[in-house]
Design a protein around this ligand. Structure first.
Ligand code: C2O
Ligand code: CU
Ligand code: CU
Length: 558
């Protein structure tokens, strides 16, 4: 029952004193082709005698774990039972923009949203959470979040622990702020409690064999630095979006907000003993929320300190226990850097020392502005420079990336796998990553990139981009298609190009992109001529929006 009565009293004194234990809840698992996810309001008794207002999927707090197989078809029926708009984002999944669940996929109160797609992802631990414009933090803080586990044949053949809740344990770690009345507060400066799968001070009974822990930092802002109280080593096998090449032996693991990792812990021979998983905020790099700030000092009561997260009681082995760890897991193949486009992102604060007011490339997010466009099939190298006083977890929707460099150095082995979120160090720190816009394009629906500190995201540390379809070979012939341009080769100087359309075809807009997806010009309702004056030398992609859809034609200007 409420064994954490003492916790309620001493919470403000020292987090370690909150050590009275609750059995670790394991979220229900849902699988199959059709999954129902009502988002509803609830009430939880985190503290005895207090009713905390919450939200959750299929229940009062958090949500079920969605277990999917690569290659399967899935339909997710999200029913918004809140009195507020929401969206549900499948964080890390490689889906088309219209299925991504970002702020453009609004679900009004009482309405349903049922995206349907093929699971294309590699085996890893992903998650889902609301993403409504400006209100992501509020809904996540109140409890709306759940895990997504993807299995694939390569991972299944490795013999890793994969019995959900037995030797394959989902763990959602969340810093939270409770006010005096024990209500959840949207204020990440003041986080004063940590929930694991929705309870304080959990204890798990795990078998004396190799077990797999799936860790999600589902906090709004703070980083964890995981480690065991006896500093034993463990093997990290997966980063956020896929398996690592080989298990990486570690004794500490830092996870920023939104990030996940899978680790194997060897409990063989330990039956009857207890292990404690802790976070070592005192060991976080300076500038990481949860540790100390660049100016020194901590912001919240739990910062810069080590405390217990999860107690593990080791029990008897299961039948057919996993007792060994494979030496190799997969072969990650980051895309070719040669021929990739480049793009840069710059984090700044206003005023310079601000810890709350952040910009990307000098701009706040504007839902009506597309920050840039790329072409499907293109590979790009992005350099992110952080000129602020704190580290920011940079996250990109839609396509995974590989980290090439952190502060100009090769990233540590556990960050060389597929990823979708990466901490950008403070004070001029840089991250260089490579990504590729595969499989999906949508000229009308953007993908999003943002800082995963939710208060930063909600206040506009975010941007969006369009993946344009690659020009198809038939559209390179100006005589085919319902819309034509002439000429498509300009050999000297500039020219006026004639645009002609079949009867019933109306040209609504013409946009011109270079091969890196940079928009060079845009003309609404053009006359039947456009000038090549603002076009690039070489190949230009002229995208013509009509009342019947879009056609892209290549125009070469020498
Ligand atoms: Cu997990 Cu755009 O977010
Ligand atoms: Cu995401
Ligand atoms: Cu940030």
């Amino acid at each position: 029952m409420h064994k954490y009565f003492a916790a309620a009293i001493f919470l403000f004194v020292l987090p370690a004193l909150t050590w009275a234990q609750n059995p670790l809840p394991i979220p229900a698992a849902l699988s199959g082709n059709e999954i129902n996810l009502p988002l509803q309001q609830g009430v939880m008794a985190f503290y005895p005698g207090f009713k905390t207002q919450t939200v959750g999927y299929n229940g009062p707090f958090l949500g079920p774990t969605i277990i999917l197989d690569q290659g399967q078809q899935v339909t997710l029926n999200v029913h918004n039972q809140l009195n507020d708009t929401t969206t549900v984002h499948w964080h890390g999944l490689h889906v088309a923009p219209k299925n991504d669940g970002n702020q453009h996929n609004v679900i009004l109160p009482g309405e349903n949203w049922s995206p349907s797609f093929t699971v294309m992802d590699k085996a890893a631990t992903y998650w889902y959470h609301p993403h409504p414009h400006g209100k992501t933090m509020e809904q996540v803080v109140k409890g709306a979040a759940g895990l997504i586990i993807v299995h694939d044949p390569e991972e299944a053949a490795l013999g890793l622990p994969q019995t959900y809740g037995v030797d394959d344990i989902p763990l959602v770690f969340q810093f939270k702020t409770f006010d005096a009345g024990k209500q959840l507060v949207v204020a990440d400066e003041a986080d004063n409690a940590v929930l694991v799968n929705g309870v304080f001070s959990p204890v798990a009974s795990l078998p004396a064999q190799i077990v797999r822990l799936r860790l999600l930092n589902g906090s709004s802002g703070r980083a964890f630095r995981f480690g065991f109280s006896d500093s034993r080593s463990f093997q990290q096998i997966a980063s956020d979006a896929g398996l690592l090449d080989t298990p990486v032996s570690m004794s500490r693991l830092t996870l920023g907000p939104g990030d996940r990792a899978e680790i194997l812990v060897d409990l063989m021979g330990l039956q009857g003993s207890t292990l404690v998983l802790k976070t070592y905020g005192n060991e976080l790099p300076q500038g990481f929320l949860g540790g100390t700030m660049m100016m020194g000092g901590a912001i919240g009561p739990l910062d810069n300190t080590a405390f217990n997260l999860l107690s593990i009681n080791v029990i008897a082995q299961t039948n057919n226990p996993v007792t060994s760890i494979p030496a190799t897991l997969t072969q990650n193949m980051p895309w070719q850097e040669a021929g990739a486009g480049t793009r840069s992102f710059n984090f700044s604060a206003q005023p310079m020392m601000s810890m709350t007011n952040f910009f990307i490339n000098g701009l706040k997010y504007n839902m009506d502005v597309i920050n840039f466009s790329v072409v499907q099939g293109q590979t790009e190298i992005w350099t992110i420079t952080n000129q602020t006083m704190m580290a920011h977890p940079f996250h990109v929707h839609g396509n995974p990336f590989y980290v090439l460099k952190v502060n100009n150095a090769t990233p540590p082995a556990n960050e060389r796998g597929r990823k979708d979120v990466i901490m950008v160090p403070p004070m001029g720190g840089t991250v260089k990553l490579i990504t590729r816009f595969e499989d999906f394009s949508d000229p009308d629906m953007p993908y999003i990139y943002h800082c995963h500190i939710l208060s930063h995201e909600d206040t506009g540390m975010m941007g969006q981009f369009i993946v344009n379809p690659a020009p198809s070979s038939s559209s390179n012939n100006p005589m085919l298609g319902h819309v034509r341009i002439f000429p498509t080769l300009v050999t000297q100087g500039d020219a006026l190009l004639q645009i002609a359309a079949d009867p019933g075809w109306e040209v609504k807009k013409v946009e011109v992109y270079d091969l890196l997806g940079r928009r060079l010009m845009a003309v609404e309702k053009p006359s039947n001529q456009i000038s090549t004056e603002n076009m690039a030398r070489g190949v230009n992609l002229v995208q013509i929006k009509t009342n019947h859809g879009i056609q892209t034609i290549k125009v070469v200007k020498n």
